[in-house]
Design a protein around this ligand. Sequence first.
Ligand code: GRF
Length: 201
Amino acid sequence: MIRLGILISGSGTNLQAIIDAIEADTLDVNIALVVSSRPDAYGLTRAEAGGIPTLALTKSDYEYPIAADERIARALQLAGVDYVVMAGYMRKVCAPLLTAFPQRIINIHPALLPSFVGAHAIADAFAYGVKLTGVTVHLANEEYDRGPIIAQRAVEVEEADTLETLEQKIHAVEHVLYPEVLQLLAQGRVRIADDGRVAIL
Ligand code: GRF
């Protein structure tokens, strides 16, 4: 069974969706370690409740981002992690992690990339007035919110939507899509071509 390391910074609802899918037997993975960029992230409580080992870093650790990522990479390797899954991780991954897990770091973004990159994607899409937005799961690389796209799912913005209802709709889609994509990975059905395009087998 493949082993995941999950990186979080906040509430961890995507982590929870992954834990729930494992418990429901729809996702055949093992979560070997949860790493948080903040010691107060509620996601850490979710991990502990699920009996998952955790590592929490602090803001001061990230004054030296390379050293922080070296530490995280070492911990993930010690835990025998195959894939690194970013789930609301608000830090950029840098060279030590990218080198330790080439083409094996996955991120979820609450918009249809390459539109609306950055930390406020749902609000930015709503303010722009798009009629269609959605969720993207992609491989992380040196550029924030770039990297080969594995899967996308659309969410319509309806007349009656407010930012809050749109956020709810997007998060609901994330919680279904992320476990689905991770199951494809677990089944060895995600192939990355040399040109970076991803095919689902
Ligand atoms: C999600 O919307 C994710 O797409 C974005 O950050 C949010 C994390 O939420 N990268 P949670 O911590 O999983 O609840």
